[in-house]
Design a protein around this ligand. Structure first.
Ligand code: ADP
Length: 514
């Protein structure tokens, strides 16, 4: 932070400092914080999301395996019950096959199917069938035996007691051709088809696929551990976007959102900055204004006093001189009146109390009145005056006093800002449904860059030629306000060194604003 900025932030008594504090607190710091979050945390969160996505997919596969094992057990139980416990206990394969076929099952769906008596259970282990919740409960009841290649489940007798263990193993054909397709066709919960599951055999051949896939980019896979299903693998992928793509999309979306917020904050930063600049500019203009006005009040007052005292003491040599002194007093008091009127009008406008009294007004008459007030000054200073008023102009709805005030300000400026070439031209003419009053001088002119600014309150031209003449910077802002109140405008056509034309544009049938 530059030292100038840091002193301003810690100097809240200074209005600029206050604004800069607001700007730093409300815009700069949040935007830095957001940028930090986006750089530091978003990638971390994305990584965590990705890991979670993979974990969720792996869990889904584990659930599918459990479901498949449960489906296998249900089929085995059904078949075993059809065969009956005596035959199962007896264990002769062809007897069991015949019993299966008789009951309507394919005799070759099992590689093994037999029942072990209660001896297979741990000594003292008894359980009610209803209390058995998962295959794990059953395995807990079994004597510890080396890993088996068969599935095991409790055999529940007609009294509802667990009286043995049913062991079975389906043939690979049954698993491939019936169990797996049936499970995925009827029991697999995937309503929106958002995931694709593939089952592959030991040799990698595809046994089943929930949807056709063009490539082999499956996200997670899992070897199946359940004895009947051992040797098979399950693989999963998401149909639309891979976990990686999904997380990248989230990451991009979040970064874009943060970027957008940063951009908005940047725009806020720019607005706050330009506001600070404006405020600073205005406060400088205000202090210049006080200095200018004090000077403008002092000079005419000093002149008036000097000439009045001289006259009072009778120290005037000739009658002519005396008349000249009276004129000076008159002119200077006119200047004072004009300045004070401007200030009063300005304060009324600022307070929203300026009222206009509109009435049909003859524009030509207003021009004559203003010229009358300034005639002496114009002639005295050697101005070449031209006045052209188009005849037969209709009256316009206007506040004659305000309009006179606006015109007076323009004439006053034309005189103030003329140097060697002293020429003043006033023209009144109609143009379509408007009446135009223009005041032209051949004075110092206004550079293009300043032609909007000079209508702002307190603004005075930057050129040193302007500062040779004192002023308050209020005149043109009043002119603009008055013209807007009349539903019109003020236009400028000017170039430095060439002179200026200010034109008051009045609509003939204007809408009253106040
Ligand atoms: P002031 O004359 O008291 O400075 P104004 O609001 O009347 O205030 O004018 C603002 C500025 O516009 C002036 O400071 C001057 O730079 C410029 N300006 C106004 N009228 C003229 C003119 N006729 N010729 C050149 N510059 C002008």
């Amino acid at each position: 932070m530059p030292s100038d900025l840091s002193t301003r932030v810690t100097a809240p008594h200074d209005p600029r400092g206050r604004l800069i504090s607001i700007f730093v607190g409300a815009v700069l710091l949040p935007s830095l914080a957001l940028s930090y979050v986006s750089i530091e945390f978003v990638p971390q969160l994305a990584k965590a999301n990705k890991e979670m996505g993979f974990r969720r997919a792996a869990n889904t596969l584990a659930d599918i395996e459990k479901d498949l094992a449960r489906a296998a057990q249900a089929r085995a139980t059904e078949a075993a019950q059809a065969v009956g416990w005596e035959r199962l206990l007896d264990g002769r394969e062809h007897v069991i096959a015949i019993a299966l076929e008789t009951a309507g099952f394919d005799g070759h769906i099992f590689e093994t199917l037999h029942l072990e008596g209660a001896s297979a259970l741990r000594r003292g282990w008894t359980a009610d069938a209803r209390s058995i919740q998962s295959p794990r409960d059953i395995l807990e009841g079994l004597e510890p035996i080396p890993p088996r290649t068969e599935d095991a489940m409790p055999w529940v007798d007609s009294a509802g007691k667990v009286s043995g263990v049913l062991r079975f193993r389906f043939t690979p054909e049954f698993i491939r051709e019936r169990l797996i397709p049936d499970y995925f066709a009827h029991d697999f919960p995937n309503p929106d088809q958002s995931i694709v599951v593939r089952v592959t055999g030991e040799d990698g051949s595809v046994i089943y696929e929930t949807a056709p896939t063009r490539d082999n980019r499956f996200e997670v896979d899992r070897p199946l551990e359940t004895p009947s299903l051992r040797g098979l693998r399950l693989a999963l992928r998401y149909r639309d976007l891979s976990i990686e793509q999904d997380v990248r999309r989230w990451e991009m979306g979040t970064l874009a959102l943060i970027g957008f917020i940063d951009l908005m904050l940047g725009a806020g930063l720019f607005l706050a900055y330009s506001n600070v600049q404006r405020e600073a500019h205005l406060s400088r203009l205000k202090s210049d204004f006080v200095a200018n006005v004090s000077h403008e009040l002092k000079t005419p007052l000093a002149l008036i006093r000097l000439f009045a005292e001289t006259l009072e003491l009778g120290r005037v040599p000739t009658e002519d001189k005396a008349r000249q002194y009276y004129r000076v007093i008159n002119k200077e008091s006119q200047r004072l009146t004009q300045l004070i009127n401007n200030i009063l009008d300005f304060s009324r406008i600022e307070a929203g109390r300026k009222e206009y009294r509109f009435a049909p007004t003859n524009v030509g008459r207003i021009v004559s009145e203003v010229l009358e007030a300034y005639r002496f000054q114009i002639e005295q200073q050697g101005f070449e005056l031209t006045v052209e008023v188009e005849p037969d102009l209709p009256d316009v709805e206007a506040d004659s006093e305000a309009l006179g005030q606006a015109l007076l300000n323009l004439v006053n400026n034309a005189i103030k800002y003329s140097r060697d070439t002293k020429a003043l031209a006033l023209a009144v003419r109609g143009s379509g449904d408007r009446v135009l009053i223009s005041v032209t001088d051949r004075g110092i002119g206004v550079p293009k860059a300043e032609q909007r600014k000079i209508f702002e309150k307190f603004y005075r031209g930057e050129a040193s030629l302007v500062h040779e003449t004192k002023g308050s910077g209020l005149g043109l802002s009043l002119v603009e306000h008055i013209m807007e109140a009349h539903g019109g405008s003020v236009e400028i056509d000017s170039a430095p060194g060439r002179g200026s034309t200010f034109t008051l544009v009045l609509p003939r049938s204007q809408k009253k604003k106040e």
